[in-house]
Design a protein around this ligand. Sequence first.
Ligand code: GAR
Length: 208
Amino acid sequence: MLRVGVLVSGGGTNLQAVLDAIDAGTVENARVEVVISNNAKAYALERARKHGVAAECVCPKDFENRAQFEKELLRRVDAYGLDLIVLAGFLVKIPAAMIEKYRNRIINIHPSLIPSFCGVGYYGLKVHEAALARGVKITGATVHFVDEGMDSGPILLQKAVEVKAGDTPEILQRRVMEEAEWKLLPQAIHMIANPQRAACVQAFGAER
Ligand code: GAR
């Protein structure tokens, strides 16, 4: 059973999609052990509690400096013996020590087709504002492994989403979530939890 920890900062709709997919059996051999937020008010923590999942907050302002915050974040993550860390709208830069310790075991969902509209300053609604300002006709979402850079790690999955006339950033954000993010993130976890079957799907195009 893959032991998964989910790091969040906000509403937690991606977390919800993962919890629901595990309940529905579309994600197999995985279990969310803990949800950790940098923001005590994140609704994602409430979603975790409602689901009977441990919910913890590690807030930077409770620490004297960044190094102490990062040390505590790593300590909490370590305490759960996780196989996979999922960043689901976690708006904190991952400490270098955590990347080193969990190399190829941290994934992130980003609401665009990387390498478009990613990197420093591109998060949440800002990504969709930028896509609309540029006038792209196709956007989407990406799940990638996390390395030392910002949105620069190897890409695991991507899904395209149409931009429609009259879209606002909010409307586009919702469509990208519904059509791409809430499907891709559970799919990525299922692939990592079931590597042999994922290889079969790639080779033969269907689950066997
Ligand atoms: C999601 O759209 C996610 O892709 C984005 O934040 C949102 C969180 O929503 N992440 C980033 O922009 C990371 N660069 P949620 O809390 O409802 O899952």
